[in-house]
Design a binder for this molecule. Structure first.
Ligand code: SF4
Ligand code: SF4
Length: 299
């Protein structure tokens, strides 16, 4: 990929993409003269798994965590909502920063773990597999790049516990990439779809109530043991990604109750007829040839 494809040319992201075997020189350690500089001025987006880890750590419901610690933002203009950390009131520092360091270190978000590496997941138009590449972030305030420790990005990811974080957020990344790569062909999702996306990805405790509701169980046919497993936030989150594939992209990822399945078959039949009607009309127009100005009555 050429450098011109790097999304933020003016940012501190070094404009070259590298693979996991690329060796970086970096170490963050207590006692370094820039200690906490990175956490004093934050812009940290959260994955759904980050939210689950942090809300559990703080003993909050997802709704309480989102209300007290995050702000929503649009990841993909007008289409996909996500959340960022809300900094301290009237400042730019992270609410979890202490003089000793991060007070939620064992549950710190993906972005904090990756720093100073940026993960760039990409999917080319019409491709079904996404590819992970990395870029290095070099900011003046961070002196970790001058430390004499070298390791590959793969090893750095392991050291930071990132394989687990990436695995458990993969379904969400795939949804985001699929939405972006499908571009205008899939159209703007309805307000209802966007609300469902936000609830299922971030407000997991409300999603759990939704999955247990009459409106959900009258449509989806899930075995009792699967419903039982939804007590676990992480299991429910993986189910949420499957559910969204069906709701947003029409993929058949969940079994439907017979009545709902029949309604869906009729819906698909109606859609196919509409597409056939449109194709026939297009063909007719092409056979008739371009309409000239004279045909339209203009001389
Ligand atoms: S969560 Fe921890 S590591 Fe991340 S910005 Fe806040 S204090 Fe820093
Ligand atoms: S070395 Fe970089 S990541 Fe570590 S405390 Fe300093 S600014 Fe933050």
């Amino acid at each position: 990929m050429s450098n011109s494809a790097i999304p933020f040319p003016q940012s501190p992201v070094v404009p070259s993409l590298v693979e996991g075997n690329h060796v970086i020189q970096f170490q963050c350690r207590k006692g370094i003269d820039c200690w906490n500089a990175c956490c004093s001025n934050i812009d940290i987006s959260l994955t759904p798994y980050d939210v689950v880890r942090l809300k559990r750590r703080l003993g909050l419901t997802s709704t309480e965590f989102l209300r007290d610690y995050t702000v929503p933002y649009e990841m993909d203009k007008d289409d996909i909502a996500s959340v960022k950390f809300r900094p301290v009131d009237g400042g730019t520092a992270c609410r979890f920063m202490t003089p000793e360091g991060c007070s939620v270190y064992a549950d710190r978000p993906t972005a904090c773990r990756y720093y100073p590496v940026a993960l760039l997941s990409m999917r080319k138009q019409d491709e079904s597999v996404d590819k992970d590449s990395y870029a290095l972030v070099k900011e003046e305030h961070c002196h970790g790049h001058a430390e004499p420790v070298k390791m590959s990005i793969d090893d750095y990811r392991k050291q930071q516990g990132l394989p687990e974080y990436d695995d458990l957020a993969r379904g969400w990344r795939q949804l985001v990439l699929k939405k972006k790569s499908s571009g205008p062909s899939i159209g703007k999702p309805s307000l209802r779809s966007r609300q469902l996306f936000f609830m299922a990805c971030y407000d997991i405790d409300v999603f759990r109530e939704f999955v247990g509701s009459e409106s959900f169980t009258s449509v989806f046919d899930l075995p009792p043991e699967e419903k039982e497993s939804f007590k676990d936030d992480v299991v429910l989150l993986q189910f949420a990604f499957r559910f969204l594939k069906q709701v947003l992209f029409g993929e058949q990822t969940l079994p439907l109750k017979e009545e709902a399945a029949q309604a869906r078959r009729e819906q698909l039949k109606a859609k196919r007829s509409e597409e056939e009607r449109e194709a026939a009309a297009r063909l007719l127009r092409e056979e008739e040839g371009p309409t000239s100005a004279a045909d339209e009555g203009f001389d």
